[in-house]
Design a protein around this ligand. Structure first.
Ligand code: WT7
Length: 669
């Protein structure tokens, strides 16, 4: 079966009917404080460019690629391939280097310009890195990797916290044509191990420890644990972040500061073909095994630069702050690539929004005169709940406030606009995915009118289609609901799933022939605005983290007491969705609190703390059809307190199990 085939109808709208909501125009005050004017003059110019991007994509993208990227060899063919064939390729004969585009060309113009504003976990412990310094750091680190035997096309695993060296590591890889494979530093040793093995990485980059929200994270220790089962890793490069005493494997582990001291501050960038891989990033799908999403060089970079320019309206001299972690796609595209490609300053924030207090984001924005801020609604919900007294800050340079990763409820949207932005910055709710590489449905700051809760209109080159999940037919016209797909290829789309191209085809292209399938439900309102309803597959979104229920189930089954489990996502006020697990235990075990705790620990160990179930229900059996398929729908209804709407349960192999599960859930509450 196709990996992401929709198995449930789109969920009910999370926001009020589109017709009833207000439309907000780009605030006048934002335009007044603008350093010049938005890159696009207004909605008419957007429409005109959008039309060109759809009817003449080669002309449109060819022009943008030459304008936004610097090529060591020009391309001749803008695009080849089809969605059906899964063989899309862009800017084919062209050659370029990602780190040259992000660093050198800006350093040559003005080496003293600030590239990175590092805001450490402890306020006042940060520093800045100029483009000139960044070029030296990237060159030295690239040299080190080369000396460790890394060659063009090799993958390098990066397990780093939010520090400038993370960006240096990304760029050092791309400088020598290596492929970075970043693993979020909240993943467990087991998850890291699986990714290192799947990507065949021979070098791992990490720190002695990480520091986040006043707490220490034993990154090196986690790497050591992971590498016990990765015999092919020959080198570990360790950046000294805290100076903690860490175990050392001689001949394998090397200190970053000692190695970079050995090599020169300039190494020439290695030109690569447009379609050479830039990075791998693992993400969760419908099945248990994470997918290594592959992005290639030119198309991805163009998506990052184009959305940075037009969606965030980045201008020279801006200070851009994306609160996402470099371990996820948001950090890849909007902490690292978009701001650096455009030659502005990017804030790298090591800590959390709640440390040392709930004003931390707002203090950073004031301190560094941030112009664009970008964060997930889960953080906004937390800060809104903490109270407006924490938002005393002026933040008068803010022009754009971005939201990403999950639907933003209208009241949170309005709070962001009124309390954080003082009605002087535009809210942009940007919809995209690891696989899309950059924003795909989103307002353009300074241009697009917005409605709270809607991601608004497609970005250039994106041709959305709403498909009826039952008939598989596209639904034309406005005021329609269905699943979201795209009809046309775009430069920053993923090119394959690492080592599993068939899975790539089945997940994205074979579900609806001729379309890229997103896995999300969506509506298009009477004005053509898009409303994202959430996933229609078994992917849950917890605090903007994408998790697969199958992956969590696979983790639980590793515990010796677990016979079977079913994991579902339930609505959660703070985290958007929360993970709830139903577990049937093997005979000889008792349903105790201690056992439930063990199950939670099992998930933390197998995946990472962020995937831990919020509730574990030990049940006598799971609701299964006669053919053995678990009916998660019934579990979701029970959790939502909708026992009276379970629908037909007569197809269950044992209908009496439903009442037993209801009793367990009631007892637990
Ligand atoms: C899934 C992708 C790429 C950003 C970080 C998450 C959900 C993303 C929105 C939005 C509603 C959104 C979708 C999507 N999502 N942005 N603005 N409104 N939902 O990337 O981990 O690849 O997850 O996040 O469900 O499919 P990701």
């Amino acid at each position: 079966m196709a990996d992401a085939a929709p198995n449930q109808p789109p969920k009910a709208p999370v926001v009020a009917e589109a017709h009833e909501v207000d439309t907000y125009h780009p605030p006048q005050k934002m335009l007044e404080k603008h350093p010049s004017k938005p890159h696009i003059s207004g909605i008419e110019e957007y429409q005109q460019l959008y039309k060109e991007s759809i009817t003449e994509p080669n002309k449109f993208w060819g022009r943008l690629a030459r304008e936004l990227l610097t090529w060591s060899k020009d391309f001749q063919t803008v695009h080849s391939g089809t969605l059906e064939g899964g063989d899309n390729a862009w800017f084919l004969e062209g050659e370029l280097n990602a780190s040259y585009n992000c660093v050198d060309r800006h350093a040559f113009k003005d080496p003293n310009k600030v590239a990175i504003i590092y805001e450490a976990d402890e306020p006042n412990e940060g520093r800045t890195v100029t483009y000139g310094e960044l070029l030296r750091e990237v060159s030295k680190t690239a040299y080190v990797l080369k000396q460790m035997g890394v060659r063009k096309g090799d993958t390098v695993a990066i397990y780093l916290p939010m520090i400038p060296e993370a960006l240096v590591a990304f760029l050092a890889c791309s400088r020598i044509g290596a492929v970075h494979s970043v693993v979020f530093a909240g993943f467990s040793a087991d998850s890291l191990r699986d990714r290192v093995i799947d990507a065949q990485s021979k070098v791992v980059i990490t720190t002695d420890e990480g520091k986040r929200g006043g707490k220490l994270i034993g990154t090196k220790k986690i790497v050591d644990d992971a590498l016990k089962q990765c015999p092919d890793v020959s080198h570990v490069l360790v950046y000294k972040r805290t100076g903690a005493d860490v175990p050392w494997t001689k001949g394998r582990d090397y200190w970053w500061h000692e190695e970079v001291d050995k090599w020169p501050s300039y190494i020439a960038p290695e030109p690569v073909n447009s379609e050479d891989p830039l990075f791998l990033l693992y993400t969760s799908g419908s099945t248990g095994k994470p997918k290594g999403v592959l992005h290639t060089t030119a198309g991805y970079l163009l998506g990052a630069a184009a959305t940075g320019k037009y969606v965030f309206d980045i201008h020279d001299g801006d200070r851009y702050f994306c609160g996402g972690d470099v371990g996820w796609i948001t950090g890849h595209t909007y902490v690292v690539y978009a701001p650096l490609l455009l030659g502005v300053s990017t804030v790298v924030f090591e800590g959390t929004p709640a440390y040392p207090n709930f004003s931390r984001y707002w203090d950073i924005i004031d301190k560094h005169k941030v112009t664009q801020f970008y964060v997930a609604p889960t953080a906004l919900r937390l800060l809104k709940r903490a109270g407006n007294q924490h938002v005393r800050n002026e933040m008068k340079h803010l022009r754009v406030l971005g939201s990403v990763g999950e639907p933003i409820a209208a009241e949170v949207w309005k709070w962001y606009f009124e309390i954080v932005g003082k009605e002087e910055a535009q809210i942009i709710d940007t919809y995209w995915q690891t696989e899309t590489g950059s924003n795909v449905i989103t307002p353009l700051a300074g241009v697009t009118p917005t409605k709270p809760g809607s991601a608004s209109l497609p970005f250039f080159g994106i041709e959305p289609a709403i498909i009826d999940p039952v008939s598989g037919e596209e639904i034309h016209g406005n005021d329609v609901e269905g699943v979201l797909a795209f009809k046309q290829a775009w430069p920053s789309m993923t090119r394959t799933v690492w080592g599993a191209h068939k899975r790539y085809m089945d997940t994205y292209f074979n579900v609806y022939k001729g379309y890229y399938f997103t896995g999300d439900g969506a509506g298009r309102d009477h004005e053509g605005f898009y409303w994202i309803r959430g996933r229609v597959d078994d992917v849950v979104n917890v605090s903007g983290h994408r998790l697969s229920t199958a992956e969590i189930e696979a983790a639980l089954i590793e515990h010796s007491a677990v016979a079977e489990s079913a994991v579902v996502g339930v609505a959660d006020e703070l985290t958007g969705q929360a993970v709830n697990a139903f577990v049937a235990i093997k005979e000889g075990n008792d349903a105790t609190d201690a056992l439930r705790k063990e199950f939670v620990l099992q998930v933390r160990k197998s995946i990472g703390p962020f995937a831990a179930p919020k509730a574990v229900f030990i049940v006598p059996d799971l609701p299964k059809t006669r053919s053995g398929k678990i009916m998660r729908r019934i579990l979701r209804k029970i959790l939502a307190g909708e026992e009276d709407q379970l629908g037909d349960t007569s197809t269950l192999s044992d209908p009496s199990v439903v009442d037993k599960i209801i009793a367990v859930v009631h007892d637990a509450r």
